[in-house]
Write a protein that binds this ligand. Structure first.
Ligand SMILES: [Zn+2]
Length: 164
């Protein structure tokens, strides 16, 4: 059976391939560049929490260190602490708002070979729900999301104090 995904946010890339982003996407977002499509849920001087605008599942977040780092071993102890404390808080936020039954939390390192579309290190938090498809269907992006990115964003935004 062939699944179809409704992902209108992808159209911008499909119809306008010439408009490829210059520079590092996450560095541009960290600098507050509004020209970059983004859904920033929270930011402080160390970490940014974004909704993935190409989500694998509803509530798919990315936790990104502000400093451009490509390898886990390049992070200082403080940066690791800030990053993973935020992963913990974001997980708590997702549990409260979206009530997932589980999570896939991961980091792709090494660019394309590892499936990373942005080299700037980031932690994916993918909530998993009771009626989810299997993991392959989710990572193959064949899932139909039950609510729009905007709806999920607004819900999470209401509880954003949990990330402070
Ligand atoms: Zn960067």
């Amino acid at each position: 059976m062939r699944n179809v995904i409704f992902a209108p946010s992808r159209m911008r890339w499909v119809v306008n391939p010439k408009k490829k982003l210059k520079g590092c996407l996450f560095c541009r977002i960290a600098k507050g560049d509004k020209k970059v499509p983004q859904k920033v849920l929270y930011r402080d001087e160390h970490v940014i929490v974004l909704m993935n605008i190409f989500p694998y599942n509803t509530g798919h977040l990315q936790v990104v260190p502000v400093r451009h780092v490509e390898n886990l071993e390049d992070l200082s102890t403080d940066e690791i602490c800030n990053l993973f404390t935020m992963v913990q808080k974001a997980t708590r936020l997702l549990k409260k708002v979206l009530r997932p039954k589980g999570f896939n939390i991961g980091i792709n390192i090494g660019g394309e070979i590892a499936g990373a579309s942005v080299n700037h290190l980031h932690v994916h938090i993918v909530p998993r729900y009771e009626r989810d498809f299997g993991f392959m269907e989710v990572i193959a992006e064949t899932k139909v999301l039950p609510e729009s990115l905007e709806q999920t964003f607004e819900k999470l935004k209401k509880e954003v104090d949990m990330l402070k």
